[in-house]
Design a protein around this ligand. Structure first.
Ligand code: FAD
Length: 813
């Protein structure tokens, strides 16, 4: 063996060890073995052994390593560690990590992904969807709700209460439905396809609010009192956190309570005087019980030593004197019940604190824990339901509406937005299914919920714009026959609530992801905060050396995947999806490497470098979205007809992941580091592109003609052919248009000209006269014409009808 062969062997061995994340001792022993080989063949000198000994001995003798390496680094780490507020710490501690941790750590286990059970509905949940959900969809008239009443009708309200729509999360023992998260998601999806007001009204009591908080933290007495009443709809809950001065920075609420003695219902009790001014509170105008977050102070030490007890949550009946509710905000023409509430020195007993007096100061922890679950259900499901309905509607409309003698959906320009809608509809359903599935497995996936909330609400906003463009004037003129405009108007509501999206992307996804999903960072932070110096050093030493090995491994893996194009990686399926698994593993390694290098070079500044953090979060998010897509494809039996949808969703997400890495490197503050990282990750430049025009065409085609793939895309939505159900009508029209096309073509052929696809009743008459179609075909053409006109027509009004009812009233008075 000559020297160069030995060097190559040494590099290959180091690479193999790094790739497989070998432990320090295995690494040391293997290196000793390769040195011995070099000595045997006389290709290395004594100095190589000396250098090896100088490195290996201090690293492998724990006491030496701790004293001379870990201790100084721990001291340095404490100095540069970003300060964490109590609320930030509680947010980090809340919730659990799930599959996103695999994606963060550079070597995802695809078997694990596919082994998670596919969420399923119980017979009772399915019956609820087929029965009460279907019925309330039938009862809801969205135009009447949004334009005429500015509220759901009394009939719909009563139906919702009677059928326990507000009690999906409440346990059966209290009279609730106790549905799994997946079932809740399916209910909300169906409702949101019909009316945003309906979906929001049902979503909120089942999300973060009194019901959820009581079940987790309430005293038995509170649970026994409130939960059965909430289940029956006898109480309407709301939850008030946001104040005019504290929106995103909700931990800074100025609302407060002072512990004191006072009189309540004729008795002297220990209680608190509450002062608050809240806004934007959903259901507040009609709520009977107000969940309230405020900062509790105990200046007279009536319940303990501490004066500033911190954020506390209490339940306040709204009929108590001094509680002000009733006024309404008007959120973007989607008038669900939402408004402000105030109270000034309202005295209530300490028992009103959720969980009793001992839960004083625990409010923030309670909220973030519940939010890590709720954020994955309500808004992502409303968005997924919205896009599924609009995928069917836009697809059908594109086939029905013709210009230049062609269905508009056949025009390449229209195919592009159609494909975006179709691919995202497949992906968004996949994401809600996977994320709610995690909750049903017992997880409180805080990072997954932030990813789902951010990306699904953003995607809906993009796709509803696409749907508006494809519909043209049909979507702009409002009225009973417009099924898009209210969704379009209301899209920013979901962007803003439960953590506004810019903040969620810039701070929450990666901020929590980095600390929660990284295998060593949390342990390092905890060690640095540990007052027991011995324990701190032990823990830090353990985490630090694990971290170093992990970082080296990810650098090597990233380099190797670039060198091989990640084509040597195995993937669980050897079909059209195989490449996506390889690319995901590659990007996952890149993310792990970039993340460590960003933390190492930016330290505490990373928290303030929101755009770096946002892009790291984007990489993680797109890997999660792709995983969910591939899991759905597998869970649904790898349906070949769905492949264009799967490919579009995966290719769009992976392209965006690449873009996030590219932009991150372009904007990385340390240019030398950035150039080195680019050389490792993109030695030949970026190479992934957006889904191709051919793929766009395939997806657009799926949206425009009935098929199993299209049915799966819209599964669970309200499509019943009811006279008032615009989407159901549109589906019928699509079927009629397609069914009558052969007869239409026969007439055209007989006449020797390509007729415009309109006045089909007249075409039917011509066909009969020419004796080329029969009565049945003529009838089909005539019916298709009626339905076609209903689909393309818009509403018009007398001027008086458009003047608001209250303005009319003022004029009369
Ligand atoms: C219709 C509606 C219903 C609601 N329902 C409820 C309810 O039931 N109960 C309740 O308590 N609250 C409710 N909210 C309040 C909602 O949660 C807040 O609106 C939200 O937290 C954002 O606060 P803000 O609107 O004051 O925006 P601001 O906090 O003023 O934020 C403005 C912008 O700045 C961005 N931003 C803020 N900080 C950062 C940061 N550090 N980094 C990057 N970007 C940042 C935000 O992302 C946002 O884009 C509701 C709001 C609306 C509009």
């Amino acid at each position: 063996m000559d020297t160069s062969t030995w060097v190559l062997c040494a590099i290959a061995l180091s690479g193999f060890m790094a790739y497989n994340r070998a432990s320090l001792s295995t690494f040391t022993l293997s290196f000793a073995a390769i040195l011995a080989l070099g000595t045997f063949f006389d290709v290395i000198s004594f100095f190589s052994w000396l250098f090896f000994a100088l490195c290996a001995i201090p690293l492998n003798i724990t006491d030496v390593r701790k004293q001379y390496i870990s201790q100084p680094l721990l001291t340095l780490f404490k100095g540069i560690m970003p300060e964490m507020s109590r609320t930030e710490k509680e947010a980090i501690d809340a919730g659990t990590t799930w599959f996103e941790a695999e994606l963060f750590r550079g070597s995802p286990d695809w078997k694990k992904l596919h082994n998670y059970p596919q969420p399923r509905l119980s017979a009772e949940e399915q019956a609820f969807l087929n029965g009460p959900v279907e019925e309330v969809c039938r009862l809801t008239d969205d135009w009447h709700t949004t334009h005429e009443r500015a509220d759901l009708s009394p009939e719909v309200w009563q139906y919702l209460k009677d059928n326990k729509f507000f009690a999906m999360i409440i346990k059966k023992q209290y009279g609730g439905l106790e549905f799994c998260a997946y079932a809740q998601s399916r209910v909300l999806q169906k409702l949101s396809g019909v009316s945003t007001v309906l979906a929001s009204t049902v979503g909120v009591p089942n999300s973060l609010g009194p019901g959820e908080l009581l079940q987790h933290y309430g005293t038995k007495q509170q649970q026994d009192h409130y939960l059965p009443r909430l289940a029956k709809g006898e109480e309407i809950p709301c939850f008030a956190l946001t104040s005019p001065e504290a929106g995103s920075d909700a931990g800074a609420i100025p609302d407060f309570g002072i512990v004191c003695h006072g009189e309540f219902e004729g008795e002297q009790v220990l209680g608190m005087k509450l002062t608050w001014n809240k806004r934007y509170i959903t259901l507040a105008p009609i709520a009977t019980v107000l969940g309230l977050a405020f900062k509790l102070k105990d200046p007279q030490h009536l319940i303990g030593e501490e004066v500033e007890l911190g954020i506390t949550c209490a339940l306040i009946p709204t009929d108590i004197e001094g509680v002000i509710t009733g006024r309404r905000h008007f959120p973007l023409n989607v008038p669900f019940q939402n408004g402000p509430t105030q109270g000034n020195e309202v005295f209530v007993p300490l028992d009103f604190i959720i969980g009793g007096a001992e839960m004083a100061g625990q409010g923030w922890r309670m909220l973030v824990e519940c939010l890590s679950v709720g954020r994955a259900i309500t808004l992502p499901s409303n968005s997924a339901g919205g896009i599924k309905s609009l995928a069917l509607a836009t697809g059908a409309y594109s086939r029905i509406r013709r210009q230049f003698k062609l269905p508009i959906g056949k025009m390449e320009g229209v195919e592009e937005p159609l494909a975006r809608i179709g691919g995202n509809a497949y992906l968004m359903d996949a994401v809600t299914t996977m994320s709610t599935g995690a909750i049903d497995l017992g997880e409180k996936p805080s990072v997954v919920s932030a990813i789902s909330k951010y990306h699904l609400t953003e995607k809906l906003r993009t796709c509803i714009n696409d749907a508006m463009d494809v519909h043209g004037g049909k979507a702009i003129c409002m009225g009973k026959s417009n099924y898009l405009a209210r969704g379009y108007q209301g899209a920013p509501v979901a962007i803003t609530v439960e953590g506004a999206n810019i903040l969620t992307r810039s701070m929450i996804i990666y901020g929590q992801g980095a600390i929660r999903c990284h295998p060593y960072v949390l342990a390092e932070l905890e060690a640095a905060n540990n007052n027991d110096e011995n324990q701190a050093l032990n823990d830090f030493d353990h985490a630090l050396f694990g971290h170093v090995g992990f970082a080296i491994s990810n650098i090597f893996r990233s380099f190797w995947f670039s060198f091989t194009g990640s084509r040597l990686l195995s993937s669980p399926y050897k079909d059209e999806t195989a490449r996506y698994y390889q690319l995901m593993t590659r990007f996952s390694s890149n993310l792990a490497m970039l993340s460590d290098i960003a933390m190492l070079t930016l330290g505490g500044d990373l928290k303030r470098k929101e755009r770096i953090s946002a892009r790291l979060g984007d990489i993680l998010s797109y890997l999660y979205l792709t995983s969910a897509t591939l899991k759905r494809f597998n869970d649904e039996g790898r349906q070949h007809a769905d492949l264009p949808l799967v490919q579009w969703a995966a290719e769009d997400s992976l392209y965006r992941a690449q873009l996030a890495i590219d932009e991150l490197l372009t904007n990385f503050p340390n240019k030398i580091v950035a150039i080195s990282l680019r050389a490792v990750i993109f030695p030949l430049g970026t190479w992934l592109s957006k889904p191709s025009d051919i793929l766009d065409h395939q997806v657009a085609t799926i949206l425009q003609s009935p098929s199993d793939a299209r049915t799966r895309l819209g599964q669970g939505q309200y499509l019943t052919a009811d006279k008032e159900n615009l989407l159901g009508q549109l589906e019928q029209t699509l079927a009629k248009i397609i069914a009558c096309e052969p007869s239409f073509n026969k007439v055209c052929r007989a006449m020797g000209e390509k007729l415009p696809f309109q006045q089909l009743d007249k075409v039917a008459e011509k066909g009969l006269a020419l004796n080329v179609i029969n009565e049945l075909e003529a009838q089909l053409l005539t019916e298709a014409e009626q339905s076609r006109l209903a689909a393309i027509n818009v509403d018009d009004f007398d001027s008086d009808e458009l003047i608001s009812a209250s303005f009319n009233k003022i004029q009369v008075n």
